[in-house]
Design a protein around this ligand. Structure first.
Ligand code: ZN
Length: 166
């Protein structure tokens, strides 16, 4: 099976997404996989389409009508099937050919860029037990959220592995 690229982006330049109000959880999963993903909880179809056009983003939605309207305006758009997040991740992978890997490069909360920081810099800003147990920390440049590879890390990795293969 071969996947035909849908645009001229190089392999290192990742696809960018914009998601509608029904896909908040999928948005966070895309961000932890390093995909630049905008999420609009309450916005009308025109605005979603305009934002997609402005930054060449792929529109993901649970609204089939929006898909056809967007495609008429030359926006790459997909209806996302599935109920669980895993089902949605798999459906998206099959439709766009993307793959998932856990990264600390996008903030799941706000889509800001996340950078590695010195341990001393987060002293007093994370729970003491986490501070004592971990040596690597990351911080969102937009919202200042701090991340480390805690116990949830392996669980997230497992879900993404499933999403890549199923
Ligand atoms: Zn953030």
């Amino acid at each position: 099976m071969s996947i035909k690229p849908l645009n001229n982006q190089g392999p290192t330049l990742k696809k960018k997404f914009i998601l509608d109000g029904m896909l908040g959880s999928l948005t966070r999963w895309l961000r932890i996989s390093g995909y630049d993903s905008l999420y609009f909880k309450d916005t009308d179809d025109d605005e979603l389409i305009n934002e997609a056009l402005k930054e060449n983003r792929i529109l993901l939605t649970k609204d089939k009508e929006l898909v056809s309207i967007a495609r008429k305006k030359d926006v790459e758009a997909y209806f996302i099937d599935g109920i669980s997040t895993l089902e949605k991740l798999i459906d998206l992978r099959k439709k766009t050919g993307i793959s998932y890997s856990l990264q600390n490069s996008r903030c799941p909360r706000c889509n800001g860029e996340v950078i590695e920081v010195q341990k001393e810099d987060v002293s007093g800003q994370v729970p003491e037990a986490s501070y004592n147990s971990f040596n690597n920390f990351w911080k969102c440049e937009e919202c200042d959220a701090i991340y480390w590879k805690g116990s949830h890390w392996e669980k997230l990795k497992l879900t993404l592995k499933k999403a890549n293969k199923t």
